[in-house]
Design a protein around this ligand. Structure first.
Ligand code: PBG
Length: 351
C-alpha cells in the first residue's frame, strides 16, 4: 500500500469505527484474496492439494486361526482378520479406489525370540499369498518387526540385562523380510528402528533373488503415545520397559533427517514418518531434502481420537477425516497410511 492508500484506509476505518456510515467500499483495497474463494468452481481451480485414493495405504491386521473377524474395540471399524477374510476386506478397499495395503501379522504362539515371524506358513505369509491370488494388482506391503511375535513385546531381541540388542536383531528381521518376499510382497516395511536394518534387509533380499522387492523404511518413527490402540489390536505392547531406546524422541527434528538419509543411503525406496499429524513439520522437511517418496503414517491413536469425537457427536466425520488427510498431503506426504483409507477413497470418488 502506498502512503496515500494507507491514509485513505485509516480515514475510512475511523469513520466506520465511529459508527458513521462509511458510504462506500473500503477505498483502494487492491488485495482481496476472497475473490478466489467466491464459488466452488473457483475454489477447486486454485486448490493446491488434491487427495487421491491411489495415495492411500490401508493397514490390515491378520491373526492366526479361523473363524469370524473380530472388531478391535479401540479401533472401531477395524478388524482382526483370520487369513481367509483378508482378501475380502482388501477387496472392499480396492473397490473404493485404494490400491495398497500394509499387512500386520501376529503369532499363534509368541516366544522370546519371535521365531515364528519368518514361518512361511505364518498368518502374514499366508495372507500375502491370498491377497496376491485374489487381487493381483494390489500393492502388498508387509510390516517387518518382532514385537507381535515376542513374549516380551519388544521390536528386537532382548539381552538378559533387558537391553534391546541391535545387531543380533538384523538377522531375524532379514529372514522375516525374505519370507514375505517369497510369499509375494511388493514392498517390505521394517518398523523396528534397529540401526542398519535397511542395509541388512536389502542385502538379504538381493541374495535371495528378490531384487525387485522394495523397502519402505520407517525412518522417522517416534516413541509415541499414539500407538496405544494398535498395541491392543496385536497385543504387542512391551511387557517391561518402553521403546525409547530405539524409537525417536518426539523432541527431535534434525535427527529425523539423519535417520531418513541413512535409510535412503542403505537402500530404502520409500521413507516413512510416523505418526503423521503431530509431525507435519518433519514430513515437510523430509519432502524438501529427500529424493524419495515420503509416506506418513496416520496412526491408530490419531484414528481412535477422531472416531471417539465422532461417536460423541463432537465433530463431523467426513470433513474432519478429509481435512486431516489433506493436511498430511499438503505437508508433503506422497503416500498416506491410514485406517480411514476405504471410506476416504469412497468420499473422494463421490467428490
Ligand atoms: C510395531 C508397530 C507399531 C505400529 C506399527 N508397527 C507399534 C509400536 O511401535 O509400538 C503403530 C501403528 C499404529 O499405531 O497405527 N513395530
Amino acid at each position: 500500500m502506498s502512503e496515500n492508500d494507507r491514509r485513505g484506509m485509516t480515514a475510512w476505518l475511523d469513520r466506520a469505527r465511529a459508527g458513521e456510515e462509511p458510504g462506500e467500499a473500503a477505498p483502494l483495497l487492491r488485495q482481496r484474496p476472497r475473490r478466489l474463494r467466491r464459488t466452488a468452481a473457483l475454489r477447486a481451480a486454485v486448490a493446491e492439494t488434491r487427495l487421491r485414493p491411489e495415495q492411500l495405504v490401508y493397514p490390515l491386521f491378520v491373526v492366526p486361526g479361523e473363524g469370524p473377524m473380530e472388531e478391535i474395540p479401540s479401533l472401531p471399524g477395524q478388524w482382526r482378520l483370520p487369513v481367509e477374510r483378508v482378501a475380502d476386506q482388501a477387496a472392499v478397499a480396492w473397490d473404493s479406489g485404494v490400491r495398497a495395503v500394509l499387512l500386520f501379522g501376529s503369532a499363534a504362539r509368541k516366544d522370546d525370540d519371535g521365531a515364528s515371524a519368518a514361518d512361511p506358513e505364518g498368518p502374514a505369509q499366508q495372507a500375502v499369498r491370498a491377497l496376491k491370488d485374489a487381487l493381483p494388482e494390489l500393492v502388498v506391503i508387509t510390516d517387518v518387526c518382532l514385537c507381535a511375535y515376542t513374549t516380551h513385546g519388544h521390536c528386537g531381541l532382548v539381552a538378559p540385562d533387558g537391553e534391546v540388542m541391535n545387531d543380533a536383531t538384523l538377522g531375524p528381521l532379514s529372514q522375516i523380510a525374505v519370507s514375505h518376499a517369497e510369499a509375494g510382497a511388493d514392498l517390505v516395511a521394517p518398523s523396528d528402528m534397529m540401526d542398519g536394518r535397511v542395509a541388512a534387509i536389502r542385502e538379504a533380499l538381493d541374495r535371495a533373488d528378490y531384487s525387485q522387492v522394495g523397502i519402505m523404511g520407517y525412518s522417522a518413527k517416534y516413541a509415541s503415545a499414539f500407538y496405544g490402540p494398535f498395541r491392543e489390536a496385536l497385543d504387542c505392547a512391551p511387557r517391561v520397559g518402553h521403546r525409547r531406546s530405539y524409537q525417536m524422541d518426539p523432541a527431535n527434528r534434525r535427527e529425523a533427517l539423519r535417520e531418513a538419509r541413512l535409510d535412503a543411503e542403505e537402500g530404502a525406496d520409500i521413507i516413512v514418518v510416523k505418526p503423521a499429524l503431530a509431525y507435519l513439520d518433519v514430513i515437510a522437511e523430509l519432502r524438501v531434502v529427500l529424493d524419495r517418496p515420503v509416506a506418513a503414517y496416520n496412526v491408530s491413536g490419531e484414528y481412535a481420537m477422531l472416531k471417539a469425537a465422532v461417536e460423541r457427536g463432537w465433530i463431523e466425520e467426513r470433513p474432519a477425516v478429509l481435512e486431516a488427510l489433506t493436511a498430511i498431503a499438503r505437508a508433503g506426504a506422497d503416500l498416506i497410511i491410514t485406517y480411514h483409507a476405504p471410506e476416504a477413497a469412497r468420499w473422494l470418488r463421490e467428490g
